[in-house]
Design a protein around this ligand. Sequence first.
Ligand SMILES: NC(=O)c1ccc[n+]([C@@H]2O[C@H](COP(=O)([O-])OP(=O)(O)OC[C@H]3O[C@@H](n4cnc5c(N)ncnc54)[C@H](OP(=O)(O)O)[C@@H]3O)[C@@H](O)[C@H]2O)c1
Length: 348
Amino acid sequence: MTKVKVSIVGASGYTGGELLRLLLFHPNVEVKQVTSESYTGKFVHKIHPNLRKSTMMKFVSASELETCDLLFLSLPHNNSQNQIDEYKKLAPKIIDLSADFRLKNAHEYEKWYGHKHARPELLNEFVYGIPELHREEMKKANYISSAGCNATASILGLYPLFKNNLVEEDRTVIEVKVGSSEGGNKVNEGSHHPERSGVVRSYQPTQHRHTAEMLQEISFGKKIQIHFSATAIDMVRGLLATCHVFLKENLQEKDIWKVYRDAYGNEPFIRIVKENEGIFRYPEPKLLIGTNYCDIGFKKDDFSNRLVVISAIDNLMKGAAGQAVQAFNLMYGFDERTGLEFPGLHPI
Ligand SMILES: NC(=O)c1ccc[n+]([C@@H]2O[C@H](COP(=O)([O-])OP(=O)(O)OC[C@H]3O[C@@H](n4cnc5c(N)ncnc54)[C@H](OP(=O)(O)O)[C@@H]3O)[C@@H](O)[C@H]2O)c1
């Protein structure tokens, strides 16, 4: 069988390394080139030691990239929109993991990102990268913009409720707790071990850019409000979104169960996690490390119409590389689970 030849741009970073970990073992993929400007000529395992004996590839500079079937772009924000013409010449298909092409509306982009988009006319060429929402579009897509990690957990948690018009439009509050790998591999003052270790640091209580993706994907043409806050906690991988919504009608938990089962019962990477006893009653990011699952649970408040939805992912997997490979599988008509079917570790 002919394999799809892919290259990864920005492969020395965390999402690039995670893509490589997945794609090296994907039965339908040949990884052709991996780029790094800082480590050109160095073995990949110098930077990603978990890949020792998995590959003897070396990093090349992006200027040495050859044509391939598909390019994964794992670069910091604001790169791909400025270089997209060069990338398009190299490959007919692109999956961009940055935020550059996630929003459809250029005004919204400017509002949330604080500058004009370099190529607003291309925004509609990209399919927004959550397969559970855009599966059919992905099957025909040449360009996919992978979703943000905070946005993925929050959107998947709330999508069935908004789609079925079950919650008040202006009272959604989401608090995300996230590990340090969300910030990428560049060191800064905040990532210095004495400053980062042990923290519960509120780093974006309001105005988080991922709010724009959430509004785009779950408003269904209505004017809704999402009040989103993000807190950095002492984990390396993983993300937990606690979403507070207020039900329009007095639904019981069995009704909510049905809503989630109808939405996600056949989804290979979404699990409803809600037990009545034991310690694993609700989703926990720790149990998802290295997997492409999104675990979703909920609890109705007995004393009010508040419903708490709890959604957990590994930010580098379902929040980035895993979800990108899931989208890749759809683009090429492969089984969506190819290269992604493994459970997490327990205990960990
Ligand atoms: N981390 C997450 O949880 C996560 C989740 C979802 C989406 N994303 C998005 O995915 C993209 C990559 O994230 P990441 O966490 O993999 O980032 P990262 O660890 O910082 O890696 C980015 C890589 O891009 C290369 N690069 C090229 N031009 C650069 C420049 N001008 N400045 C800095 N680095 C440059 C760097 O490699 P060389 O210097 O070796 O070339 C670097 O290793 C970002 O847009 C991010 O928003 C990240």
